[in-house]
Design a protein around this ligand. Sequence first.
Ligand SMILES: *Cc1c(COP(=O)(O)O)cnc(C)c1O
Length: 377
Amino acid sequence: MIPFNKPHMSGKELSYIAEAHFNNILAGDGPFTKRCHAWLEARTGSTKVLLTHSCTAALEMAALLLNIQPGDEIIMPSYTFVSTANAFVLRGGVPVFVDIRQDTLNIDEHLIEGAITDRTKAIVPIHYAGVSCEMDTILEIAKRHKIKVVEDAAQGVMSTYKGRSLGSIGDFGAYSFHETKNVISGEGGCLLVNDSTLALLAEIIREKGTNRTQFFRGHVDKYTWQDIGSSFLPGELISAFLWAQLEEAEQITKQRLDIWDEYHKLLEPLENHGLLRRPIIPAHCQHNAHMYYVLLSEELQRDKILHRMKADGIGAIFHYIPLHSSPAGRKFGRASGELTNTDFCAEKIIRLPLWIGISKEQQKQIVSTLEDAIKFN
Ligand SMILES: *Cc1c(COP(=O)(O)O)cnc(C)c1O
């Protein structure tokens, strides 16, 4: 069996965890967390990066920072993970779903303006597969309508748009370090605060609504309850693990890109025969090889093909059930216009195994199994 995912270890995770243990520093914001913050800030250019328990938690922080109130609308694609919407729904927000582009499967920036009402508070672009949305257009629309941009960059660590790190371009960005992403800590994430005037409030929201972070910096002589908040910070053992991964982030990305390129080469003949479509990466987007997917041609039945691949030992999978057609999405959100591309992709996508250590032989086997499954469709 070739699994869909295999978490990659840099090798230093346990020794850094042992170091935190030896030094008796276990709560959050210790030396390893500080190292991770500094590295992420230097790497992305963001004003303030704060580790969280997950990307989901970082998105929830963004919703609190934007002071989302019941009835406020948030524009996003339907083709995304639930947390993109759920973080805002927790504050009473209403997700407004727009369609995605055919090429990148990212939010179609030309449909955003048509979805804006006087209740719209934010746009949440998702950088699908670590390939950037059209941020210049999105920022321009947001500025003109005085609304905020929160980048769901869960899949976008180490990717760039016109040279800028994903997550550092909007008002806020959120990364995920979940086991299934490129750089991992089991569960984990961070919030990128790109507006320096909100950095202090972000620290307060993350520390149970207190100014404890300022207290530890020696900026105040006692700390008190300042605002609403929660406990969003991870403990040091998680940060120690993550530090071992961040040190290797460049290497991890390179190795994943090699695997991605190999799939791209192997699948070219199938695309030329009109059986499927390979991912399209715009020239100004540097991606991080988070995912390799194919979109089957119209007449092929995806579920049959996946079933056959599974029977042949290949852990290929699909996602997402579009949010607008999910039970909670129907209850809490609404669609703006037709979501034709969303529905098509959700029915035709196949994601192939991509993890460090997969061999070229295994990749060949995966592609030939896919080819066979298509022929027997
Ligand atoms: C993985 C993912 C999330 C959630 O990340 P967690 O760290 O598991 O909370 C959110 N949005 C997108 C687009 C994702 O891919």
